[in-house]
Structures are given as C-alpha cells and as structure tokens.
Design a protein around this ligand. Structure first.
Ligand code: CMP
Length: 146
C-alpha cells in the first residue's frame, strides 16, 4: 500500500465522490490539500479484522471485498467507504478485513480528521453514521447466526 498527497486535480476528484458532494468548491479545495490518497494492489489487505485502526477510507477507483472470520460479507466499489467503525467506537478493533479485488485507489483520512469532518459538515456526518449503523446491524445479525 502506498500513501501520497492528492495532487492538483484533488478538488475535482473529491467532487465526483458522493460523500463529499455537498461541499462547496472552496471547501473541496481546502480538503484536497489536506487529504492523502492510498493505492493498493489486487489482493492487498487494506484493513485487518482485529487490528487497531486509525484511518478512514473512501474508494475512488476499484473494488474491495469485506470479510469477517474468513467469510465474504460484502463487496465495495467507487463511492463506498470503510473503516469508520473502529474510529467511531474509539479503541474497538477493526470489525472486518477489507481486501482489494482490483488495483484500488482511495481517499484516506486520519481518525482525527474524519471526526472533525463529521462534526463540521452534517451531510457527511449523517452518511458516515448511517453506514456505521447499517454495518453494525448486519454484523450483529450475522453474529446472532440468522
Ligand atoms: P472498521 O471496523 O473500522 O474496519 C472494518 C470495516 O469494514 C468497518 O469499519 C466497516 O467500514 C466495514 N464493514 C463492517 N461490516 C460491514 C458490512 N456488513 N458491510 C460492509 N462493510 C462492513
């Protein structure tokens, strides 16, 4: 996996991602200077179940599979994000493993930055909280064996 800064076309790239769609041009310009991109090769583990996590990822290009206890539970693609649970539930380890199923490009946010963005921009906070609730519920259902 490789981290680099977003580069000149960062604001336009952010505009194409639903999570960031409601930000103004100026806000996207500011964000683009602060965020990193992460690239991963096919087959690479981006987050690992049971480890501590400090990063939130929004897929820009490519796809990834989500595994729990070795079982594939979901497939993610452009616009989907992951890694929010360990950050929202401070100190709780990663709930799943996420593996790139194509070369992957994602926007990477530190835990601190994700929390700040969630507090500052309600449209983003709601999307993150909604996804976390959906994931938590489906994981609980699976754990209950139904
Ligand atoms: P986190 O627990 O930080 O790291 C693993 C991530 O996998 C988790 O955050 C969610 O973003 C994601 N995840 C967990 N459960 C599901 C699910 N049922 N469907 C899709 N993504 C999930």
């Amino acid at each position: 996996m490789h981290h680099t800064s977003l580069g000149r076309d960062g604001p336009e790239r952010l505009a194409a991602i639903k999570l960031f769609a409601e930000l103004s041009g100026g806000q996207r310009q500011m964000l683009a200077r602060l965020l990193d991109e992460l690239t991963a090769d096919l087959g690479e583990q981006v987050v690992r179940e049971g480890e501590f996590g400090h990063e939130f990822l929004v897929i820009e290009q490519g796809t990834a599979d989500v595994f729990q206890n070795g079982e594939r539970i979901n497939t993610l693609g452009p616009g989907d994000f992951f890694g929010e649970m360990a950050i929202l539930e401070d100190g709780v380890p990663r709930s799943a493993t996420v593996i790139a199923t194509t070369p992957l490009r994602a926007i990477a946010l530190t835990a601190r930055f994700m929390r700040e963005m969630r507090d500052r921009w309600p449209s983003i906070g709601e999307q993150i909280d909604h996804a976390a609730a959906v994931h938590r519920e489906s994981d609980a259902r699976r754990a209950a064996g139904s």
